[in-house]
Design a protein around this ligand. Structure first.
Ligand SMILES: [Zn+2]
Length: 404
């Protein structure tokens, strides 16, 4: 009998190459987001190998091309709550695919204040997602927001008071082990007991430290920055409604040169004037757009029950209908890009910088956040329609992951 194993193996490898290669692109034409010039981007093995002016012989592209969007604060998407009890790998896959449709090529799943078991369990699931062949390239790490934040009403926001605690290195190490080292960003309150030595240890472990949900004094903010904190989490939110006009956490965070800020420019969480003022104080280099979207984002608008309360998802934000107050964000950052341009008159290039280049730099993701030879081919192709960024195609590592 003839041995059939060799031709069968050969066929298997040929089929695998064809199947896995079907979405791989080698050239992308588009209008460069920096200045609108038509360019052709060559891609090989998932990386940008060349960017050159588009030859006149080729049709002029109708879409802009920019580095993929990077969201460092997102709590969930399409009904998948990254802190939720139901979290599993399949949910992570559907949330990631839904984010690709919004032009997001990289994100840090954000886990907020919860009990010990939940944090431990969910970080283990996120670690699986980070190593997953399909979605892993879009998940370089995670953001832990809490539980070491202010327990005071207003400052703690929607975080559950009963789970808020003082920084505990042993406890954090257990989460980091469950996360297989994936926790890359941590939001805490600088006034929490033991925060300063805790920040020192985080920085030593190369974890980015952000100040958020806090009522730190100017001295505490300065000290935390000196210890290595480099960001303020969603500045202007996670703050009580009534604060002292002189001594409040917002001024020192705005004036502190060592701190960048993240902002939720969804048009609901900050007023237009807050966005403009924060942007003027920090400038384009130190401003980062985040969605801070809740799990309901991406679902059909309507009423949803969360715990014992009913919330209403409008297309762009989540509200408590009875009080008509905000319950959470639901705008993917592509919408914040358009808002930022409308609110501040910044250019498209500047808005993309705040939604891709700056978060990549903050998180030391050196392979992304820019359209440059040698960078990973993470691209978003889009049009601007009435000021809104409309995604036509998303490419991760040279592979088309979404096409309109
Ligand atoms: Zn928050």
């Amino acid at each position: 009998m003839k041995d059939l194993s060799y031709p069968l193996i050969l066929l298997f490898f040929m089929l695998r190459t064809i199947l896995s290669g079907q979405n791989v692109v080698s050239t992308v034409d588009g209008l460069l987001y920096l200045d609108g010039t038509p360019v052709s981007i060559s891609i090989e093995e998932g990386k940008i190998i060349d960017i050159k002016p588009l030859p006149d012989s080729r049709p002029r592209p109708q879409v802009f091309v920019a580095p993929g969007l990077i969201d460092i604060q997102i709590n969930g998407y399409l009904g998948v709550d990254f802190t939720g009890e139901q979290l599993n790998l399949e949910g992570m896959r559907s949330a990631t695919r839904a984010l690709w449709k919004e032009g997001v090529t990289t994100y840090l799943p954000t886990v907020i204040t919860a009990g010990h078991e939940r944090l431990y369990k969910n970080f283990a699931i996120l670690a699986q997602a980070m190593e997953d062949d399909e979605i892993g390239p879009s998940i370089p790490g995670f953001h832990l927001e809490g539980p070491y934040i202010s327990p005071v009403a207003g400052f703690r926001g929607a975080h559950l008071e009963k789970y808020i605690r003082a920084p505990d290195w042993k406890e954090f190490t257990a989460y980091q082990q469950a996360a297989k080292g994936g926790i890359k960003l941590l939001t805490l309150a600088p006034e929490a007991e033991g925060a300063m030595p805790f920040i020192h240890r985080l920085i030593k472990d190369n974890i980015v430290v952000s100040l958020g949900h806090h009522n730190g004094s100017a001295a505490e903010i300065k000290q935390a920055t000196f210890a290595g904190a480099s960001l303020s989490t969603h500045l202007g939110n996670g703050c009580a409604n009534e604060i002292n006009r002189h001594n409040n956490p917002i001024w020192p965070q705005l004036s502190e040169d060592g701190l960048s800020i993240s902002i939720i420019a969804d048009g609901f969480h900050l007023t237009r004037d807050e966005v403009r003022s924060f942007y003027k104080a920090k400038g384009v280099d130190k401003t980062i757009l985040v969605s801070d979207a809740l799990d309901l984002a991406g679902l059909e608008p309507g009423e949803y029950v969360r715990g014992e309360r009913t919330v209403v998802l409008t297309p762009n934000v989540i509200k408590f209908p009875a009080e008509n107050v905000l319950a959470g964000a639901a705008s993917p950052i592509r919408l914040c890009v358009g808002n930022m341009m409308a609110f501040t008159q910044c250019s498209l290039a500047e808005a993309i910088r705040m939604a891709s280049t700056n978060p990549a730099a903050l998180m030391q993701l050196e392979d992304r956040g820019l359209l440059k030879t040698g960078k990973r081919a993470d691209l978003v192709l889009f049009t601007l329609e009435e000021g809104e960024m409309v995604v036509h195609q998303t490419i991760v590592s040279g592979k088309v992951v979404y096409r309109k």
